[in-house]
Design a protein around this ligand. Structure first.
Ligand code: GDP
Ligand code: IMO
Ligand code: MG
Length: 432
C-alpha cells in the first residue's frame, strides 16, 4: 500500500514543510498525524511564502486532500485563522479538501494558560515550550478528560463539557498557580461558534484513509516537530508531548500497520534546536551567528512559530544513526546545503566521548543524558561556490558532493535529495 512517511530527524525545523510540498506533487492525500500549532512549516512557491502550523503543507497543490488525524491537538482558533490565511493567498480550503478526525483533541485557552503558568514555575528546569497549550492538551487526553472534535457535533453536550473544563482549569489556575481565572462564558461561547464553523470538516479520517490506501491512492504522512522531541524517544523531559516518530503515524492516523514505501527523514545539513535541553554539537560565538544568520533572510534560524532565535550547531551523526534506528529511515533529504557554502571547514559529529575518554557510537541509555558527552568530530573541506542555482548533481562542487556522501556513510541511510535554497525548484536529486 502506497504510504510514504516524512519525519524530521533532528529537533524540528529541518525543512519538512518544503519537502512535503515537493512530495505532494505525487500524492493524493497529505496527512498530519501528531502535534498541533506548535509546528511551523514554511513553504516557498515563487513569490509566495506560506507559514503553516496545522494544515498539511500539501494543501498548496490544488489536487491534494488534507487530513488532520486523531493524533493531533487542535486549537480551533488557529485552524480557522490558517484556513482564512490560505484562502486570502488563493489556496482553496473547504470541507471537500480538508478533513479533521473526530478523534483529534481540542486545545483551549485553558490549556494555553496552564502551559504558560507551568513554564513560569519551572525556573531552571524550563522546557521552553511554544506556549501553545500542547502539553496540557495531551495531558488531558492521557488522563481521559480531554475534549475531542467529535464533542463539537453535539452543541448542548459540548457546552456542558466546555463549562466543566474551564471550571476545572480555573480551579487549577487560582488554587495551584495563583493566577487570574479565565472568563468562562466568553470562552464557552467562542468555542460554540468554532464548533458551528468546523462541524462540516469533522469525519472518520481513519476509515477514509483505509479506503484510499486500498484504492492505491498515494498517501503522504507529514510529521511535525523532529524525532529528538518525541515523547518516548526524544531527549526527555526536553521534548514535546506527542509521538513524532514514524510509528506515531499508525496510531495518529488510525490505520493499521501496512506496507510503507519509504520513511523519509528530513535532515538539515547542520542542526538547530529551539527551547531548552541538551545539544552536544551546539556552537556559540561567530560560527553560531554564521549558521543562524541575523534574521535578514527569511530562512535564517529564528522560530517560525515563536520568533525565538534557534540554537545551532554541527550535524550530529550519532543522533542521525539513532533517528535511522527508531524510524526505520529508508531515505534522507538534506536541506539548507547552500547555508554551508563559503565555510572553509565543515564538521560532523561521528561519535561521543564521556569524561573518562570512553567512546560511544550510540549513547548507552538513550538520549536524555546527552549533556555527559563531548562530540568527536570528523572535519570535511568546504566549498566556496554559490550553489543556489545548481540543479544537477554533477554541477555541485566536489566537496559538497563529498559532504553528502559522508552523511550517507555516517548515518547508514541514502540521501535521495539535497536542497540548495527554500524555493520549490531549488533541489538536486542525488544519484544512488
Ligand atoms: P519545518 O518546521 O521542518 O517545516 O522547517 P521550518 O519551515 O520551520 O524551517 C525551515 C526554514 O528553512 C524555512 O524558512 C524554509 O523556507 C527554509 N529552507 C528549507 N530548505 C532550505 C534550503 O535548502 N535552503 C535555504 N536557504 N532555506 C531553506
Ligand atoms: P516544527 O514542526 C522546533 C519544541 C519547543 C520546546 C519543545 C516543547 O516546526 O519542526 P511544545 O510547545 O511542543 O510543548 O514545546 O518542543 N518544539 C519545536 N521546535 N520545531 C517545532 O515544530 C517544534 N514544536 C515544538 O521549542 O523545546
Ligand atoms: Mg518549523
Amino acid at each position: 500500500m502506497p504510504l510514504k512517511i516524512l519525519v524530521g530527524t533532528q529537533w524540528g525545523d529541518e525543512g519538512k514543510g518544503r519537502i512535503v510540498d515537493l512530495l505532494s506533487a505525487q500524492s493524493d492525500i497529505v496527512a498530519r498525524y501528531n502535534g498541533g500549532d506548535n509546528a511551523g512549516h514554511t513553504v516557498t512557491v515563487a513569490e509566495h511564502t506560506f507559514k503553516l502550523h496545522l494544515i498539511p503543507s500539501g494543501i498548496i497543490h490544488p489536487h491534494t486532500l488534507g487530513i488532520l488525524g486523531n493524533g493531533l491537538v487542535i486549537n480551533p482558533k488557529s485552524l480557522i485563522a490558517e484556513i482564512e490565511m490560505l484562502r486570502e493567498s488563493g489556496v482553496k480550503v473547504s470541507p471537500e479538501r480538508l478533513k479533521i478526525s473526530f478523534g483529534a483533541h481540542l486545545i483551549t485557552p485553558g490549556h494555553i494558560s496552564i502551559d504558560r503558568a507551568r513554564e513560569a514555575t519551572l525556573g531552571k528546569g524550563l522546557i521552553g515550550t511554544t506556549g501553545r497549550g500542547i502539553g496540557p492538551a495531551y495531558t488531558d487526553k492521557v488522563s481521559r478528560k480531554g475534549l475531542r472534535m467529535v464533542d463539537m457535533l453535539d452543541l448542548p453536550l459540548f457546552e456542558e463539557k466546555m463549562r466543566l473544563h474551564v471550571q476545572k482549569i480555573n480551579y487549577d489556575l487560582s488554587i495551584y498557580y495563583q493566577t487570574a481565572p479565565l472568563p468562562e462564558d466568553k470562552i464557552v461561547h467562542e468555542y460554540l461558534e468554532y464548533a458551528r464553523q468546523l462541524r462540516e470538516y469533522i469525519v472518520d479520517t481513519g476509515a477514509m484513509l483505509d479506503i484510499a490506501l486500498h484504492e492505491d491512492k498515494l498517501v503522504l504522512a507529514e510529521g511535525a516537530q523532529g524525532m529528538l522531541l518525541d515523547i518516548d524517544h526524544g531527549s526527555y523531559p526536553f521534548v514535546t508531548s506527542s509521538n513524532v516518530t514514524a510509528t506515531g503515524v499508525f496510531s495518529g492516523l488510525g490505520i493499521g500497520i501496512c506496507a510503507v514505501d519509504n520513511v523519509i527523514g528530513a535532515t538539515k545539513a547542520f542542526q538547530s534546536r529551539v527551547g531548552a535541553g541538551p545539544f552536544p554539537t551546539e556552537l556559540d560565538g561567530e560560527m553560531a551567528t554564521r549558521l543562524r544568520g541575523t534574521g535578514a533572510q527569511p530562512w535564517d534560524e529564528f522560530g517560525t512559530t515563536t520568533g525565538r532565535p534557534r540554537r545551532v550547531g554541527w550535524l550530529d551523526g550519532v543522533l542521525l544513526r539513532y533517528a535511522r534506528r527508531i524510524n526505520g529511515l529508508t531515505d534522507l533529504v538534506l536541506t539548507k546545503m547552500d547555508v554551508l557554502s563559503g565555510l572553509p571547514e565543515i564538521k560532523v559529529c561521528t561519535a561521543y566521548q564521556d569524561k573518562n575518554g570512553e567512546s560511544y557510537a550510540i549513547p548507552p541509555m538513550g538520549i536524555s543524558s546527552l549533556d555527559q558527552f563531548q562530540p568527536v568530530y570528523e572535519s570535511l573541506m568546504g566549498w566556496t561556490e554559490d550553489i543556489t542555482q545548481v540543479r544537477d548533481w554533477d554541477d555541485l562542487p566536489e566537496n559538497a558532493r563529498a559532504y553528502i556522501r559522508f552523511v550517507e556513510y555516517t548515518s547508514g541511510v541514502r540521501v535521495m535529495m539535497a536542497s540548495v535554497g527554500p524555493e520549490r525548484s531549488q533541489v538536486v536529486e542525488v544519484p544512488a
